[in-house]
Design a protein around this ligand. Structure first.
Ligand code: 5GP
Length: 212
């Protein structure tokens, strides 16, 4: 059976959570499993962690370069998180959406609010919660790439990040990676079926009804 494909508009999918709740793992599984999704790679002024790859995890830029990108309007949204600048390069997002891709964003609540102000109807947001505070702290420690003072800062910031949960369209409690990935994929499937995103529907229905 051939699968019928009706042209649709891509959307922006923001995933936010306190550090260590597992959103990066959820994002990368969804990207592996779903070829219609692509990741928006942010710029950041924070130092690279061991194992990170420039251009894959982030574009690591100097403070001056970051300021220049902000001043030039090259970033769709930007925010200071843990004393470092983070932002979303604009052109990649617009190019991907126009190719019908759904763009995933691993960004914080400040960035999600900015995208929501720019394009509410093209934005879907998911907040990822950890099952317990202990699990959150344990995940931050197991990652073991940040110094102790950074872990403590992130634990205290987690509380503040979590306070924004109610601004999101969907909430997933990440108790099991595979289950959370399946839930995120269900949200993506449902959002793709929204009538307003299926821009080819009028043409299709007119064909069904024999209208030119
Ligand atoms: P990390 O330094 O652990 O990779 O990320 C720290 C926080 O910054 C995470 O909550 C992450 O989602 C957020 N973040 C990463 N990229 C961006 C971005 O481009 N914009 C915003 N607003 N937040 C970002």
């Amino acid at each position: 059976m051939t699968i019928l494909s009706i042209p649709r508009r891509g959307f922006m999918l923001c995933l936010s959570s306190p550090s260590g709740a597992g959103k990066t793992s959820i994002c990368s599984r969804v990207l592996d499993l779903d070829p219609q999704t692509t990741l928006s790679v942010s710029v950041t002024t924070r130092p690279m962690r061991p194992g990170e790859v420039d251009g894959e995890d982030y574009f690591f830029v100097s403070s001056d370069k970051y300021k220049e990108m902000v001043a030039n309007g090259d970033l769709l949204e930007h925010a200071t998180v843990f004393n470092h600048g983070y932002g979303t390069p604009k052109d990649f997002v617009f190019d991907s959406l126009s190719m019908g891709k759904d763009v995933l964003f691993d960004i914080d609540w400040q960035g999600t609010q900015q995208l929501s102000q720019l394009a509410r109807t093209d934005l879907v947001s998911i907040f990822i919660l950890p099952p317990t505070t202990q699990v959150l702290e344990q995940r931050l420690r197991t990652r073991a790439q940040d110094p102790e003072e950074v872990i403590q800062l992130r634990m205290s910031e987690a509380n503040q990040e979590i306070s924004h949960w109610a601004e999101y369209d969907y909430v997933i409690v990440n108790n099991s990676l595979e289950h959370s990935v399946a839930q995120a994929r269900s949200i993506i499937t449902a959002e793709r079926l929204r009538r307003t995103r299926q821009i080819g529907l009028t043409h299709f229905v007119n064909g069904l009804r024999g209208i030119e």
